[in-house]
Ligand binder design. Structure first.
Ligand SMILES: NC(=O)c1ccc[n+]([C@@H]2O[C@H](COP(=O)([O-])OP(=O)(O)OC[C@H]3O[C@@H](n4cnc5c(N)ncnc54)[C@H](OP(=O)(O)O)[C@@H]3O)[C@@H](O)[C@H]2O)c1
Length: 300
């Protein structure tokens, strides 16, 4: 039996005193359709953020390219001045065009501009943790990231960034980055159905680095599996709650940032950290990976 504690317990980012509840919140769903423009109901978005914080969440994942600007501005409107222990993790590496596409923005100037945009829209003097987002969304692409990590290390020296993470990267890219600056977290695509990073997660756990899966619930195409439905029914939980509980069980360095624009889903997601998974459920969940339906991811 896996017994989970409130919000999954805590994890301390390596080389820091930052202690994060393992159940956090991903803010991407707070922008309008296609992660572009304002949401239908800004007050509802604010209510979701405030309830997450009131429940003890101290890790919010965002980016200035959600909206763009919109999601960060809503976070500021909802939560500023921020609680002392709140850690807002943001990302650099993309920008949005008027037709909603996602364009890589990885030049030195792009990264400096992105830092300034995040600082301004979040109302901060220093960004707690910044992930350099590199590869395509479906899977990372090999290639040197030395130039970009060097820019982030400079921004860290200037005090504009507290700590550096990487997103959509390979183990080789992590190794290259570690020669330049300390890396505290990796944010890649991983969930019950998408297990390409299994060995990477184990290696990060050995190094004490956080692994923060994006699309923990399947993202734009939510996880679907009759086996998952059956296990959830037997545990009197929802399939999404079981998918989150499985991730918490998978490795102690996994931190969750499920995204939702709904108070009801937020409550269900937070409650998932207290869901106990009997060992036979874990075994069955480990076996369903190949049968979960997920398709249609763009390669940006
Ligand atoms: N680094 C990257 O490249 C990258 C890429 C994508 C995302 N991210 C980050 O990862 C976070 C999480 O990803 P995500 O939000 O795209 O995907 P996700 O958490 O896997 O899934 C979000 C989707 O699931 C729904 N949902 C949430 N909770 C639910 C529940 N309890 N029951 C049923 N449906 C539920 C949401 O709809 P409702 O709004 O209706 O609840 C939304 O459609 C994002 O917020 C973002 O911060 C990073």
């Amino acid at each position: 039996m896996t017994k989970q504690t409130k919000l999954g317990g805590t994890f301390t980012l390596p080389g820091t005193t930052i202690s994060l509840q393992r159940m956090g919140y991903g803010a991407m769903q707070l922008a309008g359709p296609g992660v572009f423009g304002p949401p239908k109901d800004v007050d509802a978005a604010i209510a979701v953020l405030r309830e997450a914080i009131a429940a003890g969440v101290n890790h919010i994942d965002t980016s200035n390219y959600y909206g763009p600007h919109v999601t960060n501005q809503i976070i500021k409107q909802a939560l500023h001045p921020y609680p002392k222990d709140l850690v807002i993790v943001t990302k650099l590496g993309a920008r949005r065009s008027g037709d909603k596409t996602w364009i890589p923005a990885l030049s030195r100037q792009d990264l400096i501009n992105g830092t300034q945009d995040n600082l301004r829209n979040l109302g901060l003097d220093r960004l707690d943790v910044v992930n350099l987002r590199v590869g395509g969304i479906a899977e990372p692409t090999e290639g040197s990231i030395e130039e970009q990590v060097t820019v982030l290390a400079d921004l860290k020296r200037q005090g504009l960034i507290g700590h550096v993470g990487l997103s959509n990267v390979t183990p080789g890219q992590l190794e290259e980055a570690q020669k330049i600056t300390e890396i505290v977290c990796i944010q890649n695509f991983y969930n019950l159905a998408q297990r390409k990073d299994d060995a990477f997660i184990d290696s990060l756990a050995r190094q004490g680095i956080a692994y923060v899966p994006f699309f923990p619930l399947g993202g734009f195409t939510p996880l679907q599996s009759s086996a998952l439905d059956g296990i959830a029914a037997s545990l009197k939980a929802t399939p999404m709650q079981v998918a989150l509980a499985w991730l918490l069980h998978r490795s102690a360095n996994i931190l969750l940032i499920p995204g939702t624009s709904s108070l009801n889903h937020l409550r269900q997601n937070l409650a998932a950290s207290a869901l106990e998974l009997p060992s036979n459920a874990v075994t069955a969940l480990n076996e369903v990976a190949g049968n979960v339906v997920m398709s249609g991811y763009p390669t940006h």
